[in-house]
Design a protein around this ligand. Structure first.
Ligand code: NOJ
Length: 545
């Protein structure tokens, strides 16, 4: 008898990340807004995603495009107001979907009232809410840490004679999570949004909130690339004392306990690092985060960046499966607002289609990034138009603007993103007249149709939702990746060809099956598994008999 495992929404659902600036502009200023998201919910529902995650929409001077929060409990006027948010949350829930918001606990904006107070004098009650230290005797910063965005992780404040810490831009001072008042105030911001109906949080750089108590120098990285920009102090060091400290897990447990005050909420953490360190964020017995984000299909395992290679991607999944304790639920990410678009990373749309099939048929929660479903690549942004502080400070090739360009809804001027007479905040792809939702949703072989069908199949197929994962070796060419998803007696086989030529997969032990979906979207047929022919860059999902 087939036994269906009861899954939580964040286990059976597919998350879709929206970068609010780039989704849909309804006010005519070239920047997306919350009302725009409301207007596109029908699209998302039809696409088949279950939850949306919104990158920050809080009041912000936008030094890091919203990751510099000036008020955790309000909406940036550029994006709308609290009433718009409430309408959005209600509209999401009315569709049976969930809403996840970004939470930025490590740092605030330098315009946050807490920081304005903190920097006003050394004896201000909020002085200790941030990380202030005296200069070294020679006047230099308190330690050698570098900022992710270039330069030192410290800025001197002449009026009070101390440095404050910021591991991103200097407009993002870091909160002192060792101060119980900070912790209490920040946990209250979670409650604020949960009371407004928020179902989950994506927690920005959560592994950074606790630093080494003595703020020791990080060791020099002997393997740092030689051609780093001069101001990239960060990449010259090994990140030992500024992240993933053992004490962070006590904070994570408190965050989880706060989420648990409300039913069925979900905590997702932005985390990197080696598997053994990363897996600890689930908690020893599942009392940590529900989903520490897993970026390894995108970033690789830290040894070499992800390349389009069947064995490398399989290695990531197998290592993950082997590492997770029974209580821990896997998850996979293939794109976000900080990384090269998947079409660009993997070499083109043909590869991105295979990658999409992988992402949506693995065991675990997939997170999609807006625009990947229509195959948006990195979009060139002229040097004088670069806006991302990482690109401004560390060079054009480090700019993240290229993966944040506006969604392309139709073939009209400005792609239906903003009015025709307005300049969008970032450019579109050169082929937006054909690469857009309106056109591609009518095309039975487009990548958008593939996403739609993969999402529908996943939702209807218990073996894909909760079945076990088993990779196959025998009869599988080295440039193919083949695995089984099994739930009771239902068995699905996923066969992905990474080669730019046809390949044969020889699985005589499996008898007959039916191809349910091909990444080429042109076949649905009964086949014999003893010679499964895959075309160049083709993936198929086969229901086994
Ligand atoms: C990670 C976010 O994803 C990124 O966009 C941001 O710049 C940094 N954290 C700082 O908040």
């Amino acid at each position: 008898m087939t036994q269906k495992t009861e899954l939580k929404w964040w286990q059976r659902g597919v998350v879709y990340q929206i970068y609010p600036r780039s989704f849909k502009d309804t006010t005519g200023n070239g920047v997306g807004d919350l009302q725009g998201i409301i207007e596109k919910l029908d699209y998302l529902e039809h696409l088949g995603v279950d939850a949306i995650w919104l990158s920050p929409f809080y009041p912000s001077p936008m030094a890091d495009f919203g990751y510099d929060v000036a008020d955790y409990c309000d909406v940036e006027p550029l994006f709308g107001d609290l009433a718009t948010f409430d309408r959005l949350a209600a509209a999401v829930h009315a569709r049976g979907m969930k809403i996840i918001v970004d939470w930025v606990p490590n740092h605030t904006s330098d315009q946050h009232k807490w920081f304005i107070e903190s920097r006003s004098s050394r004896d201000n009650p909020k002085r200790d809410w941030y990380i202030w230290r005296d200069p070294k005797p020679d006047g230099s910063p308190p330690n050698n840490w570098g900022s992710f965005f270039g330069g030192p992780a410290w800025t001197f404040d002449p009026s009070t004679g101390q440095y404050y810490m910021h591991q991103f831009v200097k407009e993002q001072p870091e909160l002192n999570w060792r101060n119980p008042e900070v912790k209490a105030a920040m946990l209250d911001t979670l409650r604020f949004w949960m009371r407004r109906g928020v179902d989950g949080f994506r927690m920005d750089v959560i592994g950074l909130v606790i630093k080494d108590a003595a703020l020791r120098d990080n060791p020099i990285n002997p393997h740092a690339p030689v051609n780093l920009p001069e101001n990239d102090l960060f990449s010259r060091l090994i990140q030992v004392y500024n992240m993933d400290q053992d004490e962070v897990h006590a904070v994570i447990r408190e965050i989880r306990a706060t989420l648990d005050e409300f039913p069925d909420r979900c905590g997702i953490g932005e985390l990197w690092g080696p598997l053994d360190r990363w897996v600890k964020y689930y908690g020893e017995h599942g009392e940590g985060l529900h989903l520490p984000f897993n970026f390894r299909l995108m970033d690789g395992m830290g040894i070499k960046p992800m390349t389009w290679d069947a064995q490398t991607l399989r290695g990531v999944v197998d290592a993950m499966e082997a590492t997770l304790p029974d209580f821990a639920w896997p998850n996979y990410v293939l794109g976000n607002h900080d990384r090269m678009r998947m079409v660009t990373r993997f070499g083109g749309e043909a590869q991105a289609r295979v990658a999409a099939m992988l992402l949506l048929t693995l065991r675990g929660t997939p997170t999609l990034y807006y625009g990947d479903e229509i195959g948006i690549p990195d979009v060139p942004v002229p040097p004088e138009k670069i806006q991302d502080p990482q690109g401004v400070n560390l060079g054009a090739e480090r700019s993240r603007d290229v993966c944040r360009t506006p969604m392309q809804w139709d073939a009209s001027p400005n792609a239906g993103f903003c009015p025709p007479d307005v300049e969008p905040w970032l450019p579109f792809t050169a082929d937006y007249a054909t690469r857009n939702v309106a056109l591609m949703s009518q095309d039975s072989t487009s990548i958008l149709t593939l996403y739609h069908q993969l999402l529908a199949m996943r939702q209807e197929t218990p073996a894909l939702l909760s079945g076990s994962y088993r990779p196959l070796d025998e009869g599988v060419p080295v440039d193919c990746y083949v695995y089984l998803r099994e739930e009771g007696e239902t068995r699905y086989l996923v066969a992905l060809n990474f080669a730019a030529e046809g390949r044969q997969v020889l699985l005589s032990a499996f008898g007959q099956g039916r191809v349910m979906l091909s990444t080429h979207l042109d076949r649905e047929e009964d086949i014999a598994l003893d010679a499964l022919a895959l075309r160049a860059n083709e993936g198929v999902v086969v229901a086994l008999r």
